[in-house]
Design a protein around this ligand. Structure first.
Ligand SMILES: [Mg+2]
Ligand SMILES: [Zn+2]
Length: 185
């Protein structure tokens, strides 16, 4: 293990990058959430590596393939480049414990709330998890961040967290535009 000093901004995809219409597997159905480009730019400028971590049970369910997903995310990366954003890394879980077809039916370590994708990304990009931040619209995203002791999580939702949820280091907002520019630590 090298020294892990990179600050990461972990972003959920559906509901944070794009409007969550459910199982979005085609670029035609990919509608950006208001404020996402500005948010990514602000964090990039503050020195954060941008990493998408997304559960994609649509792959497990056979609604679209890993190739479809990768093609879609390449198109999204092109949009980011056009907006002046650099490379954004993408980690996805193609599994589902009950609804997966064939090898995709699996109790895996990567499906949030498990932190497998964050741990893998941290390893591959020398990320310091205690310096990093998660933004998600599902409580599962927040739990994944809490399991690896991120510095802060933003829960983007109008719904209350589930009963008994651990609220430490979590701020709830209703819009990406309400997430503050990180202080330059
Ligand atoms: Mg989501
Ligand atoms: Zn998985």
């Amino acid at each position: 293990m090298g020294s892990h000093t990179v600050k990461a901004l972990f972003l959920d995809r559906d509901g944070i990058i794009n409007v969550d219409y459910g199982y979005v597997g085609r670029y035609e159905d990919f509608e950006y959430v208001d404020g996402i480009f500005a948010l990514i730019k602000r964090f990039e400028k503050a020195g954060y590596k941008i990493i998408i971590v997304t559960n994609q049970s649509g792959i497990a369910r056979g609604l679209y393939s890993e190739d479809d997903f990768n093609a879609l995310m390449s198109a999204v990366q092109q949009d980011f480049y056009q907006a002046g954003i650099g490379e954004v890394s993408v980690y996805f879980c193609p599994h589902h414990p009950e609804h997966g077809i064939g090898a995709y039916k699996k109790q895996c370590a990567c499906r949030k709330p498990n932190p497998g994708m964050l741990l893998q990304a941290a390893e591959e990009h020398s990320v310091s998890l205690p310096l990093s931040i998660m933004i998600g619209d599902s409580w599962r995203d927040i739990q994944a961040g809490q399991k690896v002791s991120l510095s802060h999580c933003y829960f983007v939702s109008r719904k209350a967290p589930p009963a008994g949820a651990e609220l430490g280091n979590v701020t709830q907002v209703t819009s990406l535009n309400d997430i503050p520019v990180p202080s330059s630590v």
